[in-house]
Design a protein around this ligand. Structure first.
Ligand SMILES: [Fe+2]
Ligand SMILES: [Fe+2]
Length: 477
């Protein structure tokens, strides 16, 4: 090194990237960078796949929304890595290749593991933990000047991997408080040895030469579980006893009570990730942009559910008293093809755009005198406009015209007949009218007397198709 070399007036050198000493060390070759980045890409892609596929049948609401969040983060990192790899002299990209069979088995095992505890450990500790180490190694070994664009991409990934790892550790701590650890053995005797066989996650170590490990949970090919499940707080999941839209669009009712009903509608949207996870999981072979965009929408819908949760808590209402149904996602996932389900989703969301839809909900939020509800509905509306664009990009072009695309969704939804009487006859629900109890709770918290007319509301979904075409509003979305 040239002794006493300094930048002009001691200004920060090298555009603020690093010191001269750091940049003057040779680093990884482009070829080696691409090789490792492709492995990272593969890992994020598999994590996205696993987290998405496990949303529907995961009963715990907090984990459903957590998986939705992290599936989306992984999808964004996949996108960023694809772009970066494409900048590195690399067409043909070969981004669909499996980097190592043991790495494939590692992720297959996590995808197929039977319990929530194992899933959380496999995803957040084994996979994300190993990915964090591999990224850190890359960051220190690559040249910070020559490879600055990769380091920038990975720096963002590191922030979110760290958050996900902490999230997983916290989840494990909470779950283990009630359930003793039983999945360390799987991690120690299969997952970690599989990584050793792959030469670590990034392939920088010498692959272990021990005999090939027999697969355990992935010995048979993974089968996606399309049946939505909920935790014990969802006490009446077939309840269709309160027609939220009838209340919301009736001019006789006050905006403040309507705000409460909108919170129910928001929280009920937890059924959208359940059905979108199924569309994404069972629609192979699309360009990557499809998965990224659909996962963004899935995450938005999980946020909409959490907006409902937050609103209820803020208003002093125990949301478990509002019976959050899974009827919609259950029926779409079991009675429609993935494309039909996408058609239904698009058809319903288009119904949310006109005057009676999201703008109306936002204005009702403003009129309620509750600024929080206005904030929630403001962003819900903005998200919905984005979802409409996503539908126009990935769903509508499959048909000759917008009209045909809408008609396909409408027709698919028409085949799903009202099961109001069926679930009642089977004894699955009595369609209890939960509204008075929830409304009274909100009034109590506010310190006002309930309005007798609002309290008396008792319209159900009996005989209605679940998108309530008659009143021009959608059930979900
Ligand atoms: Fe939504
Ligand atoms: Fe939506």
């Amino acid at each position: 090194m040239l002794p006493n070399y300094t930048s002009y007036k001691n200004l920060p050198p090298l555009a603020g990237l690093c010191t001269l000493e750091e940049a003057a060390k040779p680093g990884l070759s482009v070829e080696e960078c691409v090789r490792r980045l492709k492995r990272f890409h593969y890992c994020f892609k598999r994590l996205h796949q696993i987290l998405t596929a496990r949303i529907t049948a995961e009963p715990i609401y907090e984990l459903k929304t957590g998986f939705a969040h992290h599936a989306y983060l992984c999808a964004e990192h996949v996108t960023a890595l694809r772009t970066r790899i494409g900048e590195m002299r690399e067409p043909p990209l070969g981004l669909d290749e499996v980097p190592h069979p043991a790495l494939e088995a590692f992720f297959d095992e996590i995808l197929a593991c039977p319990t929530t505890e194992e899933l959380v450990r496999g995803v957040y500790i084994d996979a994300i933990g190993a990915l964090e180490i591999a990224l850190q190694t890359y960051m220190t070994e690559t040249n910070p000047l020559t490879d600055a664009p990769s380091r920038r991409v990975l720096r963002f990934a590191q922030i979110e991997l760290d958050e996900m790892n902490r999230y997983g550790s916290a989840v494990i701590k909470s779950l283990e408080a009630t359930d003793p650890p039983k999945c360390r053995e799987w991690s120690d005797t299969l997952l970690q040895p599989l990584l050793d066989h792959a030469g670590c996650l990034d392939g920088t170590a010498t692959p272990s030469r021990t005999p090939a490990l027999p697969r355990r949970y992935s010995a048979k090919p993974y089968v996606y579980d399309p049946i939505p499940k909920r935790d014990t707080r969802f006490t009446d999941p077939w309840n269709q006893g309160v027609n939220a839209e009838s209340f919301l669009y009736n001019e006789a009712y006050p905006a403040r009570a309507k705000a409460l009903m909108m919170l129910y509608k928001r929280l009920r949207e937890i059924d959208v990730p359940e059905m979108m996870a199924r569309i994404i999981t069972e629609t192979p072979g699309k360009p990557w942009g499809y998965y990224r965009d659909m996962t963004r929408q899935l995450w938005d819908e999980a946020r909409h559910a959490m907006m409902g949760e937050v609103g209820f808590v803020a208003l002093g209402v125990d949301w478990t008293k509002a019976k959050i149904t899974l009827n919609w996602s259950h029926r779409l996932n079991t009675e429609c093809t993935p494309l039909e389900a996408h058609g239904v989703l698009y058809f319903i969301e288009q119904g949310l755009m006109p005057r009676t839809g999201k703008r109306y909900e936002f204005e009702t939020g403003q009129g309620s005198g509750l600024p929080l509800i206005a904030t929630l509905q403001d962003f819900d509306w903005a998200d919905e406009v984005l979802h409409s664009q996503i539908g126009r990009e990935w769903y509508v072009p499959l048909f000759g015209s917008l009209k045909e695309a809408l008609a396909y969704g409408d027709a698919a939804w028409s085949t799903v007949l009202s099961n109001w009487a069926t679930v009642k006859d089977k004894g699955l629900t009595s369609h209890e009218n939960w509204w008075p109890a929830v409304y009274e709770m909100a009034c109590r918290a506010e310190g006002v007397a309930p309005d007798p007319a609002v309290l008396a509301f008792s319209e159900t979904y009996e005989g209605k198709r679940a998108d309530l075409k008659d009143v021009g509003e959608g059930l979900s979305g």
